[in-house]
Design a protein around this ligand. Structure first.
Ligand SMILES: Nc1ncnc2c1ncn2[C@@H]1O[C@H](COP(=O)(O)OP(=O)(O)OP(=O)(O)O)[C@@H](O)[C@H]1O
Ligand SMILES: [Mg+2]
Length: 290
């Protein structure tokens, strides 16, 4: 089966005052339809950098990103934004919901942006909320929902536009471990029932059990690929083992050196209505897309 999302020898180097940071080095990765791939690694390992490149939110220093059969690295900004809107759905650690809008209105917003006709919009919003188990909470605002429910609204918003690929950077980072597990279960269910391809980052070892494949990053490099069909993403010499069994679980990565710089962090700019600002430029870009 052809990949819904593929990265070919992806590298990203950031120039900083203290020298170059090699955030991602020569990473090969692919995600097939109906597959949940988890990228795991310590803080600073390069997870966000990798997901941003694959989501077309950041350009690799070298290498190529294929979104379906389109070489995303060859597109200009406008074409890339259109491709993101058409093929990708993003879920954020901070949920990224608009506080003054109801759950349904939050899910509807990206569909309004791409001018989906009203009847179709209503149908997709209802369907997305049903899929995440929130049909009965459509009228509630984010502040009236639990953290796990808010993240489920975030997931509904991402899938309402019927993307081919779901990209979620630490979607459970703000949730307690039990709620995190249910959100991860939900993503797994959606992937398998809807044929979505999903790429999810986490540093939580408990969440990798839901993955079809786990890609372990350490200091910007893939150190192991665990799971069925891992061959395509396995760099030479790395261990490839079936996912699931405790014996096959990736070893805990040693902690990454030094704290992660947040050079990509744009200032959070709350709107007059109290809307939280996006945490990073990449997040802002994805939200602008819808
Ligand atoms: N815009 C940037 N400018 C300079 N360095 C950056 C930039 N973005 C990321 N880095 C560096 O690249 C490396 C990988 O960062 P990245 O944010 O991808 O890590 P991560 O695995 O997502 O970490 P976390 O779990 O803390 O979110 C880190 O060393 C980080 O400091
Ligand atoms: Mg990160």
């Amino acid at each position: 089966m052809s990949a819904a999302l593929r990265g070919e020898r992806l590298s990203r180097t950031f120039a900083t005052a203290t020298g170059d940071v090699h955030a991602c080095v020569d990473i090969d990765i692919e995600v097939a339809p109906g597959e949940l791939v988890v990228v795991r690694g310590a803080s600073g390992a390069g997870k966000t950098t990798l997901l941003n490149m694959l989501g077309g939110l950041d350009r690799p220093t070298s290498g190529r990103v294929w979104i379906g059969d389109v070489d995303a690295t060859a597109l200009d900004e406008e074409a890339l934004a259109a491709l993101r809107r058409e093929r990708l759905g993003f879920v954020f650690q901070s949920f990224g919901l608009i506080p003054i809008l109801s759950a349904a209105e939050n899910v509807e917003l990206p569909l309004r942006i791409v001018k989906t006709p009203p009847a179709e919009r209503d149908r997709r919003v209802a369907e997305a909320l049903r899929l995440v188990g929130l049909a009965g909470h459509a009228a509630q605002r984010p502040g009236e929902l639990s953290g796990g429910q808010q993240q489920r609204v975030g997931i509904a918003r991402a899938i309402a536009a019927q993307p081919h690929v779901l990209i979620a950077d630490e979607p459970t980072g703000q949730l307690d471990s039990r709620t995190a597990a249910t959100v991860m279960d939900l993503i797994g269910d959606l992937v398998h029932s809807q044929g979505l391809a999903a790429l999810v980052s986490t540093h939580d070892p408990l969440l990798v059990q839901r993955a079809d494949r786990v890609i372990e990053l350490h200091d910007g490099r893939v150190t192991s690929v665990v799971g069925a069909g891992a061959g395509a993403a396995a760099p030479g010499g790395t261990r490839v083992a079936p996912a699931g069994g405790a014996a096959a679980a990736p070893d805990a990565a040693p902690p990454s050196e030094g704290p992660a710089l947040s050079g990509d962090a744009a200032p959070s700019t709350p709107g007059a209505d109290g809307t939280p600002g996006p945490r990073t430029r990449a997040e802002a870009r994805a939200q602008r897309d819808g």
